[in-house]
Design a protein around this ligand. Structure first.
Ligand code: UD1
Length: 433
């Protein structure tokens, strides 16, 4: 199993290019199920989660051609299976995104329940209730969701909680349903608007995506399309956090600053100097980091996917900051690892208090989930001495060659194999659990 070794204390300098958004690409590739014609997507990041989704789709008979350079061509001429098995779904929760489209196209679907998740209890009850309201018969048996519906009917759906993949699943299903579906309390994340843009290119009738009420007028057929995925806002935010912690000044290209307004506002408030262009950012590390409280919230609030990286940064602040995680109940797995690096953090339920000005020291740490691993990387860049991060596959699920990108802007970072801490580089950057 690969590890990453980082020698902290090197300021960052240069230009980094942001990849396409993983969380937009995942639903976008699933939209291929809705048509028998080809879908060509550009700017898809070659990360582990996309390869996993490729396997889920291939197992259903979707021809998937993941090309170098971020182009993915998919064609679901005929589905040979309506099932997403436990083996695949357990490795990636987002596999449930096939449920809505498969049911809408084939009239039935069999999808494994995702099971436990490192960051908390993550049910899919809201996806299922919404499909039931659209006329689906749903049974949960032997760990699988079995859904049937001759043709889904449009319905008015009020989500009790804002759910990103739930909104995406139902938006895809409703595109081929009979009549109008209205989604209220829908998620407003930019990835939802990206999926809606793609679906509209495929012939869907959707209004309001990106806002909390979405109207979808179902159509009988969708057709092929070409689409370029939006830049990854969380990767962008992670690089802002990286330079804020490591020091230096970098240019971040191929990003979309309006998608991370709350993050940029917060970073500016604590002293990071940021200049915005239409698709780029120039970021200079703060002279001193001011402490500031933050609460994670659905978009346009501060994203839970940036909470860990923000926490790492607050260990450098000259005071105490309070972080409240309001989306997931157990998303503080990185705290114990940051403490091993010298951080002073106290957690009480969903609230974490970070006492700043505790110099971080390199240590051996363990990545526990995707964003937790990102925070260990940013912390290691600022730490004194060497940090070895184990279980790098978590990082590779969502960041495309983060080690190469960081090395390109001056970080002392390399991949090493288990048992060869002497520094031998691993050749395969793409190992997934
Ligand atoms: C998506 C993102 C993930 C991000 C999260 C929150 C993808 C592939 N993943 O995850 O990176 O951290 O949004 O922004 O896009 N809930 C229910 N019942 C449901 C569905 C959700 O109770 O049926 C709850 C969850 O437990 C959680 C909250 O709603 O507390 C938000 O979850 P949700 O938005 O669905 O997260 P994901 O879509 O899984």
């Amino acid at each position: 199993m690969e590890k990453i070794r980082i020698l902290g204390g090197k300021a960052l300098e240069g230009t980094v290019r942001i990849s396409g958004a993983k969380n937009a690409s995942l639903p976008d590739v699933c939209a291929s199920i809705l048509t028998d014609q080809p879908l060509i997507l550009g700017n898809v990041p070659e990360v582990g989660d996309i390869r996993t989704m490729g396997r889920v789709l291939s197992a259903m008979g979707v021809e998937t051609d993941i090309r170098v350079g971020g182009v993915v061509e998919l064609r679901a001429a005929k589905l040979t299976s309506v099932e997403a098995t436990y083996d695949l779904v357990k490795t990636m929760r987002a596999s449930v995104l096939v449920l809505g489209p498969v049911l809408a196209r084939e009239g039935r679907a069999r999808v494994s329940l995702p099971g436990g998740c490192a960051i908390g209890d993550r049910p899919i009850d809201l996806h299922l209730t919404a499909l039931e309201r659209m006329g689906a018969e749903i049974e949960v048996e032997h760990g699988y969701v079995e859904a049937k519906a001759k043709r889904l009917r449009g319905a008015e759906i009020n989500f009790d909680t804002v759910t990103v993949t739930g909104t995406e699943n139902i938006m895809m299903a409703a595109s081929l349903a009979e009549g109008e579906t209205i989604l209220r309390n829908a998620a407003c994340e930019p990835e939802i608007a990206d999926l809606a843009d793609l679906l509209v290119k495929m012939g869907a009738r959707i209004q309001g995506a990106g806002g909390s009420t979405i109207r979808i007028e179902g159509v009988d057929r969708l057709h092929g399309a070409e689409h370029t995925v939006i830049p990854d806002r969380i990767e962008t935010g992670t690089f802002v956090a990286a330079v804020a912690m490591a020091g230096g000044e970098i240019e971040i290209r191929n990003c979309h600053p309006p998608h991370l307004r709350s993050v940029l506002d917060k970073f500016r408030e604590i002293g990071v100097r940021i200049e915005e262009g239409p698709d780029n950012l120039r970021v200079r590390a703060p002279r001193t980091v001011k402490p500031s409280d933050v609460t994670t919230n659905p978009h346009p609030g501060f994203p839970t996917d940036m909470q860990a990286q923000y926490m790492a940064l607050m260990t450098m602040a000259n005071g105490v900051s309070t972080i409240t995680e309001s989306i997931f109940e157990n998303r503080y797995m990185h705290v114990a690892e940051l403490q091993r690096m010298g951080a002073s953090i106290r957690v009480d339920g969903r609230v974490a208090q970070v006492r700043g000005h505790t110099p971080l020291n390199g240590a051996q740490v363990m990545a526990t989930d995707l964003r937790a691993s990102a925070c260990l990387v940013t912390a290691a860049l600022a730490a004194k001495g060497e940090t070895i991060i184990d279980r790098v596959y978590h990082l590779d699920r969502g960041y495309w060659r983060i080690d190469e990108k960081l090395r390109g802007i001056g970080a002392d970072i390399e991949r090493i194999d288990r048992g060869s801490d002497s520094g031998q580089r691993a050749t395969d950057h793409a190992q997934i659990a």
